[in-house]
Design a protein around this ligand. Structure first.
Ligand code: UT7
Length: 324
């Protein structure tokens, strides 16, 4: 059977842009180091009146407009975030209220940078069961609120933003790799790697929000191996080779990870959507943000074969193959 179809995409970014040069005024770093090691040139940072839910709502509205459907037709909202407005209730319920589509299902998913892949797979599965006809899948973060601005090894890497996708339940018609929809998804987690990338606080441990801690070079090595492996897994499952992909939309953590992963699989660099220079690492928001950028600038078109992939804290990682 065919998978859930992408009807539209949208994204939202905080008003304020912070360049590497501006950051270097208060952090012991330089534009040269950040660009050479990560490819990042700037990031958007949320102001006091911008939260994960306001960014998520703006991205959701843009996705609904792009899809040409009303909020009232949305029966399911799955929102991926590691920076919710409140510990509870789920930020998805705030978005639901803001959109005025109360009554359906709304909840958050926590898988950090791979959160959007986990949310997409969850929404696709629920739509296939008939739980709802249409879903909003959102990745939204205000990582700036959990950064230690004294720690130059992490604070220069992240930014804030949101991306959203409107998904429609499978039509019930016969599928096949040319039919629009999600063709296949693979998700993984390895809880042994918890301490390489985590937040050193939480309600049940310190009763504080905590700050991001990362052993960067070790995460880097795992990222390249895990992402290349999961991409191969999804391609093999679908009887495809890397050169049959039109686009890869990766999690935007580091331009060097994107290059190394593409090289490992023999994917041409020009098929990889790269937005890390403009947004930095926006965690769960990065994949839907990059997808929206590449659709709106005309690169990704209807009928294209697109691979989404991400890896983050946990570790968690995954990839999803979509015929647009
Ligand atoms: O989103 C989830 C997944 N996250 C990732 O995938 C992130 C993966 N990791 C990375 O992207 C990279 O490891 C980093 C960008 C975090 C770091 O790059 P690196 O090339 O692995 O650098 P490093 O950590 O080995 O540090 C090299 C040097 C060190 O100095 P010494 O010890 O060689 O003297 C650091 O102290 O760079 C120094 N350094 C900095 N210098 C200027 C670290 N951060 C900075 C900084 N500005 N911001």
């Amino acid at each position: 059977m065919s998978g859930s179809r992408v009807l539209g995409t949208g994204s939202a970014l905080p008003r304020r842009v912070v360049t590497n040069a501006e950051l270097a005024e208060t952090v012991d770093t330089s534009d040269e180091w950040i660009v050479a090691r990560t490819g990042i040139r700037q990031r958007h940072i949320a102001s006091a009146d911008e939260t994960t839910s306001t960014l998520a709502t703006a991205a959701a509205r843009a996705a609904l407009a792009d899809a040409g459907v009303e909020a009232s037709s949305i029966g399911l909202i799955v929102l991926a975030t590691a920076t919710p407005d409140n510990t509870f209730p789920a930020t998805a319920t705030k978005v639901q209220a803001a959109l005025g589509c109360q009554g359906g299902v709304a909840f958050d998913v926590a898988a950090v940078c791979s959160g959007f892949l986990y949310a997409l797979a969850t929404a696709d599965s629920l739509l296939r069961t008939g739980m709802a006809k249409r879903a909003l899948v959102i990745g939204a973060e205000t990582f700036s609120r959990i950064l230690d601005w004294e720690d130059r090894t992490t604070c220069v890497l992240f930014g804030d933003g949101a991306g959203a996708v409107v998904l429609e339940a499978p039509s019930g018609e016969a599928g096949g790799k040319d039919a629009p929809g999600i063709l296949g998804t693979k998700l993984h987690a390895d809880g042994d790697q918890h301490d390489l990338l985590y937040v050193d606080g939480g309600p049940s441990t310190t009763q504080t929000v905590g700050h991001v801690r990362m052993r960067g070079p070790e995460v880097f090595r795992h990222a390249v191996v895990n992402l290349a492996d999961v991409l191969k897994e999804v391609l093999e499952d679908n009887g495809l080779t890397p050169d049959e992909l039109d686009w890869v939309v990766p999690h935007q953590a580091n331009a060097r990870i994107l290059d190394a992963t593409a090289r490992k699989l023999g994917i041409a660099p020009e098929k990889v959507v790269v937005t890390v220079q403009d947004h930095a690492n926006t965690s769960a928001a990065s994949v839907p943000l990059a997808l929206d950028v590449a659709r709106k600038d005309g690169r990704i078109k209807a009928g294209d074969l697109v691979m989404l992939e991400a890896m983050g804290g946990g570790f968690t990682w995954g990839a999803s193959l979509i015929r647009m």
